[in-house]
Design a protein around this ligand. Structure first.
Ligand SMILES: C[S@@+](CC[C@H](N)C(=O)[O-])C[C@H]1O[C@@H](n2cnc3c(N)ncnc32)[C@H](O)[C@@H]1O
Length: 431
């Protein structure tokens, strides 16, 4: 399949069928000369999927059959380009209509052509209709998710959705073993790269606009890494000291593993575990670039016998698998992939991992629980449930001026352009 719009439509159809993720599909196209445009169209079509679906439904005389899902997705891809990109209209129409051929649906040529042209003719009325449409179309968000946001955050949910629909900032983590943040900011300025320091984490820098990783000054020498500001709070919260034995329980691709090692080089040991071997490979790559070392194990963290030598840890970081509702701006496919049932499944998994890891923690040791979710069931309520059933656990409290103070942790809600991702932190001590 060569037509880029056809590729984009089939990727989005796969997501709707529950197969893969944007990053897994796009990884097969990285060497393509049109990769940036493909990425832009796929990300944008997911970000605005619910809004674009409203226009598609309004323009189709009768709904398309399930087997023609790719044509529905092609219409979404076409509308995204017309609404948000500066590609000339005739090029959008030609390329999108031509994609029907690569999708093996030549019958849809006239239909796609008519719908896109009708959109251009009726744009004003359609915009008016959108203003009166149901929440999911207006907000471009799944209903179940906006309902859960509204219940959890009655005052902030609309802003949370607005921020989740924005493009994310590109944020760097300065390796403070190698340079000072202020010095690196000067270097960026000298090279004409606009940037500003983050307000929450002392290592963070927001770039004025995203750039290719290999063009970031001294990236390959390990002076900086790409990491959101919210997750740069880990080392300070873990109360690291020389001589500690630390477990990073769900570690891949290793952003926090590396940051822990950059922050405290006199740890006795850092053990990093992850379930997926392609992902533990990424930890190895990241450690190598930064010239750091850890013991990396591919294993199911729930199966203690498969990875634990029985020696307790002084610190445990559990960056739990979660709904990722705090990072939708970075992964807009989450809106298509997750469901309310999936959140329940993840909450049970998180509870099981917490209970398992508790036995690996030294008495008086600390466990830092974190997720990139904004849903209390994975966060504050999760910790409440754990504390209710675990006698020798107490909430340690997090003294900070960022985020929303919850009963058992602090919640960062997805920020605007120069703000952090949505993240939850709780710190537990074994008594
Ligand atoms: C939120 S991500 C971790 C991100 C990582 N801490 C970082 O900062 O780069 C969650 C990770 O949990 C891993 N995971 C999920 N279930 C697991 C299990 N049963 N055992 C070990 N790792 C698991 C996933 O493969 C995923 O890499």
């Amino acid at each position: 399949m060569k037509n880029l719009r056809a590729v984009a439509a089939s990727i989005i159809a796969s997501l709707l069928n529950g197969n893969g993720s944007l990053s897994s599909h796009l990884s097969h196209h990285k060497s393509s000369s049109d990769y940036s445009l493909l990425q832009e169209i796929c990300f944008g079509s997911c970000r605005w999927f619910h809004e674009l679906s409203f226009f598609t439904d309004a323009l189709l005389e009768k709904p398309l059959k399930q087997k023609d899902m790719e044509i529905r997705c092609l219409l979404i891809v076409g509308l995204y380009q017309l609404r948000q990109l500066s590609i000339p209209q005739h090029a959008v129409l030609n390329e999108t209509v031509a994609a029907t051929h690569d999708l093996n649906k030549p019958w849809a040529k006239a239909l796609v052509n008519a719908i896109l042209r009708n959109y251009l003719r009726q744009q004003e009325e359609l915009e008016q209709a959108l203003l009166q449409a149901a929440g999911s179309s207006r907000l471009s968000f799944p209903d179940w998710m906006s309902e859960q946001f509204a219940t959890a955050w009655p005052e902030q949910w609309q802003e949370l959705i607005r921020n989740s629909n924005q493009r994310p900032p590109m944020t760097l983590r300065v390796n403070r073993n190698k340079t000072r943040r202020d010095d690196y900011l000067v270097k960026l300025e000298q090279q004409g790269i606009s940037a500003s320091p983050g307000k929450l984490a002392e290592s963070s820098i927001y770039l004025g606009k995203p750039m290719a990783v290999m063009d970031i000054p001294q990236f390959s020498e390990g002076v900086v890494s790409v990491q959101d500001e919210a997750s740069q709070l880990v080392p300070a919260l873990l109360h690291l000291e020389p001589g500690l034995r630390v477990l990073d329980a769900c570690a891949a691709p290793g952003g926090k593993t590396c940051h822990i090692l950059e922050s405290e080089h006199l740890l006795t040991e850092l053990v990093a575990v992850d379930l997926v071997s392609e992902r533990t490979d990424r930890i190895h790559e990241n450690l190598e670039r930064l010239q750091l070392a850890a013991q990396i194990i591919t294993a199911d963290i729930l199966n203690l016998d498969s990875w634990w030598d029985g020696k307790p840890f002084d610190r445990v970081l559990l960056d739990a698998p979660c709904s990722a509702t705090g990072v939708i701006r970075r992964h807009p496919d989450i809106k298509l992939l997750r469901s309310a049932d999936e959140v329940k499944r993840l909450a049970s998994l998180q509870q099981a991992i917490l209970l398992t890891l508790w036995s690996c923690l030294q008495p008086n040791g600390l466990l830092l629980y974190t997720t990139c979710s904004v849903l209390p069931v994975e966060n504050d309520l999760q910790i409440q449930r754990f504390l209710e059933t675990t006698d020798n656990a107490k909430y340690e409290g997090i003294t900070a001026d960022w985020g929303v103070e919850c009963r058992y942790g602090r919640q960062l809600l997805t920020g605007a352009q120069d703000g952090p991702d949505g993240f939850f932190y709780s710190l537990l001590r074994k008594t």
